[in-house]
Write a protein that binds this ligand. Structure first.
Ligand code: NAG
Ligand code: NAG
Ligand code: NAG
Ligand code: NAG
Length: 921
């Protein structure tokens, strides 16, 4: 939900801040690179020769897999840097560069990594004292060049990444402030460029007591034409060249009514970029939580000098007359911290997902209900309103799992309280909601209302738990409740204390059926510079916000997670939605794309935004259905429901000034279409749940770009209007009002695609015009994939837990297919601790369908059985179908539809948990 206001709030806040209304909605409220002094300095840093040199004689082996060198800036000779190279398991490399003896310790990011990365041995070769070559892992290699400093990376013998080959590495060491030093009498006149020691933006002054501290580096992806990632931006999936625009910015901000197709910063930051071509997928992650800017340029590398000596390592050989290979060159600039770069060498998309998730963690399996349908609004006004919305779902026979309460449910935006006029009996309300297995989510923002009568405030104030100004006072700003303060989660005591606010004793009126939404946690500060914290305020440990800014939201939701986890003594899986995030946030929260708008263009950009999140670890993400701001017409709303039914987090949400838009308010026909879209989501939940389980295990996000499944098909490297769910479904959202036809390129040579509605078959590697009507968006099942579904109509996902399963077997050209099904109780950790789960593999081959377990130790009690098997692309009407399960044999009925080539097997009957074989003769 946005910091934007219904009228009364607006007038009130403008009154207390004494600013004209246009100030709050103006894009000029946010810095450009030109207005950010360090970005300005770094962006223009382009020497012909890099002054940085590695002293190879200084090499030390700290332990196997960890090398250390001294790096000099030859223009500032006394300044020494330490270069650490770590060869890691899973074809990954970590490189750290820090000052050796800084006058002030530089910040190294905490909380983001899942643990200490594991080292692997490296085989070193010293080449003429000029370079060091290290081989490690699965044919991965680095080449460290000494003069100048440059690092080249190879995977499978192919040259893929190069650091500082454009000479832009530029590390601003901490220094003393210009002027006469009273103790030494020296007058330092160097290092006094504009903006180094203070800068002002609008009316805000950043005092910069420690001076310049930024780091810039170029990272170049050789032979690649497409790079992805670095969310969050409302922009293309394959990142644009920033040659004519600002760089992409990473700085967690609450941007009111964000524009699309531009590189402005949004709510979250993940400094992780991937590159993909038909030979390899690689990634670069710079662990840094300060403000960052990243330039992207598609250019060509001229293969001469050094590069011609290694030309044999390019996957595309430079031709004799044109000594050029394509490359994407990127320039990364962060305001402080250290260089801490992870290089993931793939080489496949699956390897990359695994490699990144080993470092920052994967999305844990959510409760089943959390991946079902959510109904939200700012605000459901009172208990009656909530009950009448629930009744609307009953009356209209639309499934629902979660209903949400926004800020107005509290007593004057005091989180952990209730407006007792409107919500006199919240426990009873939650019990009623729980009747059909449904849940309640309430909002809990990080700003704490300054009010001595508010217990949370009074306690935190007394304990000294708020973030401090540079002068040591409690920092005060303005947010929803008016004057507010912010807890300093960086302090472990405060982190723990805040998490305990979520206990059932402390959070009065909450029950085990209530889960949490952390909004405004960039944090949003209405009267702060760029609507957030001043950079010179101080967090625990003495760190400026400048050093740690992008971690703040993550720490809040991590603490919330801890609270919900402890509330059930670690028995029940928490659910938290966060707006702000950083690398690692995926371990404890789902994210959504914030305050979008009810316009077709925002429906369209949701796909590239969610793909960018998915490939950078955020497999559990979504965009508000319908668009948060303003009113969607019925067509847009229906199309949004249809698209989001196939996106990981599925929630309808709307601004307080919008008209009510519950699914049944747009006439019977639109109600039917919305019901159908939501039902589709419920039908595919067994498939989604299986994909989420695989994500926890392997880091593979459920929503995927086409290239993740078709890495060699060049035609899909930029695709962002289609996406896949697992490897089974190809989804085409309809993002224009009057669409009768769409042109779809089907990926994959020799692949068959089945239209899930008509069963019409399409061949891969072809572009086809597909007719479209309002009934559904085009969705295709890949031949070769088996998808489990549940087709019985239920009020909620939890009521369907033990319902029978339908298997949809889509045959490939060899008449084969395979798929998986994961099941458990849907809400506890028993799947982990007691192995109460079922994980099955289905294989169709030689006219037999087998069900086998993938996990022999797992056991989950369920009477769920196989109710139906649909086989797409079956060539002829068989004589007989036999099913063998244990010592039982049965001959189920079958039906063959020749025109669509679909074989239906009715009530084959085996239990989902059992081994069985179906034989078709
Ligand atoms: C003055 O120089 C001394 C010795 O180099 C140093 O420790 C001190 O921090 C300097 N003071 C200022 C204000 O820069
Ligand atoms: C230090 O040097 C600068 C530039 O030469 C000069 O303008 C300034 O007055 C000097 N400061 C002192 C205190 O001597
Ligand atoms: C959560 O529970 C664990 C185990 O019971 C306990 O050690 C820990 O202190 C608790 N944390 C909080 C924040 O209450
Ligand atoms: C698809 O490919 C198969 C095998 O090459 C061919 O028989 C069939 O006609 C093709 N279908 C279409 C619609 O082009």
């Amino acid at each position: 939900m946005s910091r934007f206001f219904h009228l009364l709030n607006l007038i009130f806040i403008l009154y207390i801040l004494n600013i004209p209304p246009s100030e709050n909605v103006d894009r000029n409220n946010f810095k450009t690179c030109e207005q950010s002094a360090f970005c300005r300095r770094q962006r223009k840093y382009k020497p012909d020769i890099s002054p940085y040199e590695v002293d190879l004689r200084s090499m030390k082996t700290i332990q196997s897999g960890h090398l250390q060198f001294i790096l000099h800036n030859t223009l500032k000779s006394p300044i020494k840097f330490q270069l650490d190279i770590f060869t890691l398991e899973h074809n990954s490399l970590r490189v750290k560069i820090n000052e050796r003896n800084p006058i002030r310790k530089r910040y190294e990011v905490e909380h983001a990594l899942v643990g200490e990365p594991k080292l692997v041995d490296v085989k070193l070769t010293n080449l003429d004292g000029k370079q060091v070559e290290g081989s490690f892992g699965k044919s991965a290699k680095f080449l460290l060049n000494a003069k100048p400093f440059r690092l080249d990376l190879f995977t499978n013998g192919i040259f893929v990444m190069s650091v500082n080959s454009k000479n832009m590495f530029n590390f601003e060491h901490y220094r003393t402030k210009p002027g006469t030093n009273e103790s030494t009498g020296e007058n330092n006149t160097e290092d006094n460029e504009d903006g180094m020691w203070e800068e002002t933006f609008k009316t805000h002054q950043d005092s910069k007591p420690y001076g310049p501290s930024s780091i810039g580096v170029d990272v170049n992806f050789l032979n690649f034409e497409n790079v992805y990632g670095i969310p969050e931006h409302a922009d293309a999936f394959s990142l644009r060249s920033t040659h004519d625009t600002d760089p992409y910015r990473l700085f967690n901000l609450d941007i009111f009514e964000y524009d699309i197709q531009n590189p402005m910063a949004l709510y979250g930051s993940v400094p992780y970029m991937l590159a993909h071509n038909e030979h390899a997928t690689v990634g670069f992650f710079w662990l840094n939580a300060a403000e960052g800017w990243i330039d992207v340029n598609n250019d060509k590398l001229t293969v001469q000098g050094f590069f011609s000596t290694i030309a044999s390592f390019f996957s595309t050989k430079p031709t004799a007359d044109k000594n050029e290979v394509p490359q994407v060159s990127t320039h990364w600039m962060f305001e402080s911290g250290i260089f801490d770069g992870f290089f993931f060498l793939g080489p496949t998309p699956r390897d990359i997902f695994k490699q990144y998730s080993v470092i920052t963690g994967s999305v844990p399996l959510p409760p089943l209900w959390a991946i079902a349908y959510h109904q939200c609004r700012w605000n459901y006004n009172d208990e009656d309103d909530v009950r009448s919305v629930l009744n609307g779902f009953e009356k209209n026979v639309i499934p629902l799992d979660v209903i949400w309460l926004d800020i107005e449910h509290t007593h004057g935006k005091r989180y952990f309280t209730w407006d007792t006029q409107k919500f006199p009996n919240p426990e009873k309300l939650q019990d009623d909601i729980a009747r059909y297995g449904r849940k309640l989510v309430t909002i809990s923002d990080p700003h704490i209302k300054k009010d001595d009568a508010y217990q949370v405030y009074a306690d935190a104030k007394a304990l000294g738990y708020f973030v401090k100004t540079k002068d040591g006072a409690d920092y005060e700003g303005s947010c929803w409740p008016g004057a507010s303060m912010w807890l300093d989660y960086f302090n472990p005591d405060i982190f723990q204390w805040y998490s305990q606010r979520y206990s059932l004793e402390n959070y009065k009126g909450s029950t085990g059926n209530l889960f949490i939404w952390n909004d405004m946690n960039e944090p949003s500060v209405f009267n702060g510079p760029e609507v957030t914290f001043p950079k010179d305020i101080i967090h625990y440990g003495g760190w400026e916000d400048r050093d740690v800014h992008n971690l703040y939201g993550m720490l809040q939701h991590m603490s919330t997670f801890q609270g919900l986890f402890n509330r059930s003594n670690g028995h029940i899986r928490p659910f938290i939605l966060t707006r702000s995030f950083f690398a690692g946030s995926q371990r404890t929260a789902a994210v959504w794309t914030g305050d979008n708008a009810a316009q077709w263009s925002y429906l369209k950009i949701a796909t590239p935004m969610l793909l960018s999140l998915s490939v950078t670890g955020f497999g559990f993400s979504g965009a508000d259905v319908g668009g948060f701001f303003s009113n969607p017409d019925a067509k847009l709303l229906v199309r949004w429901y249809q698209a989001a039914a196939f996106q990981p987090f599925y929630r309808e949400h709307a601004h307080i000034d919008t008209a009510r838009r519950e699914p049944w308010l747009f006439g019977p026909d639109n109600t039917r279409l919305i019901r159908k879209a939501i039902e589709q989501r419920y039908n595919y939940l067994p498939y989604w749940y299986t994909l989420f389980y695989k994500q926890e295990k392997q880091g593979i996000p459920p929503m995927l770009p086409l290239w993740a499944n078709f890495p060699k098909d060049k035609n899909v490297f930029k695709t962002e209007d289609l996406f896949m769910v697992g490897n089974g479904l190809l989804v085409c959202p309809i993002t224009e009002a009057d669409t009768n036809q769409v042109s779809i390129y089907f990926p994959g040579e020799n692949t068959i695609w089945y239209d899930t509605r008509t069963l019409i078959q399409y061949n891969g590697s072809e572009t086809v015009l597909i007719n479209v009507d309002m009934e559904s968006i085009p969705v295709f099942q890949q031949g070769g994939v088996i998808i489990p579904k549940r087709l019985r109509r239920r009020r909620s996902s939890m009521l369907a837990l033990h319902d029978p399963i339908t298997l949809v077997v889509a045959l490939d050209r060899n008449h084969e297919a395979k798929g998986e099904l994961y099941m458990d109780d849907g809400y506890t950790y028993d799947y982990k601790h007691k192995r109460q789960m079922i994980y099955r593999r289905f294989i169709f081959r030689n006219n037999e369908l087998h069900s086998k377990t993938l996990d022999f130790t797992g056991k989950f009690e369920t009477d769920a059985w196989i109710e139906r098997i649909l086989i797409f692309g079956y060539p002829k009407n068989p004589k007989k179908v036999i099913i063998n399960s244990g010592d039982k044999q049965a001959i189920p009925l079958h039906h063959y539809h020749a025109e669509s080539q679909m074989l239906t097997i009715r009530r084959p009957g085996p239990l989902v948990a059992s081994d069985w074989t179906l034989t078709i003769t």
